[in-house]
Design a protein around this ligand. Structure first.
Ligand code: HEM
Length: 135
């Protein structure tokens, strides 16, 4: 497994642990009331579970398993994918912090822009590796 995939899958697993723990807490708080403030973690849970865990796992595994770029070169412009990894996680962390306490809309916007740039970087990177076998 390439180094970037190792980082992405491990980071995704960390988000899985945190995201599902928050999910469990949300669920528990619905049945056995603890505190109203726990409900504020709902957007944090959604952000971490959807982007931090699910999307990151998919992109990390895609970097590993998609066909080689050419016969002589396997990965190509890896700096684009590494930038995507940095941007994605900066975006998730910023959004988790911003949405926790209904933070300023500018922070939420900045987080979304980072995530958008991350997806764009990955899309540009992965596109030429999406092709039939033997091409
Ligand atoms: C890949 C896994 C998961 C994803 C993508 C996910 C995503 C989401 C999303 C998008 C929401 C709606 C947030 C909103 O409306 O602002 C949500 C709500 C919630 N999630 Fe998850 N979740 C996942 C796993 C879990 C798990 C494992 C648990 C519990 C152990 C859980 C418990 C909850 C609860 C209690 C809510 C609030 C439901 C409500 O609005 O009444 N989630 N989740």
């Amino acid at each position: 497994m390439p180094r970037l995939s190792v980082w992405m899958v491990r980071t995704a697993l960390l988000y899985l642990g945190v995201g599902f723990t928050i999910g469990g807490l949300l669920l528990f708080n619905k049945g056995v009331y603890i505190d109203a403030a726990i409900w504020r973690l709902r957007p944090v849970h959604a952000e971490i579970a959807l982007i931090g865990w699910t999307l990151q796992l998919a992109l990390g595994v895609a970097f590993w398993i998609l066909p080689r770029l050419t016969r002589t070169e396997r990965y190509g412009r890896t700096w684009l994918a590494w930038s995507g990894y940095g941007l994605l996680n900066a975006g998730v962390l910023l959004l988790a912090a911003a949405r926790w306490n209904n933070g300023p809309a500018e922070l939420t916007l900045a987080g979304r822009v980072l995530e958008l740039l991350a997806v764009a970087a990955f899309a540009v990177y992965l596109w030429p590796r999406v092709k039939p076998f033997g091409k």
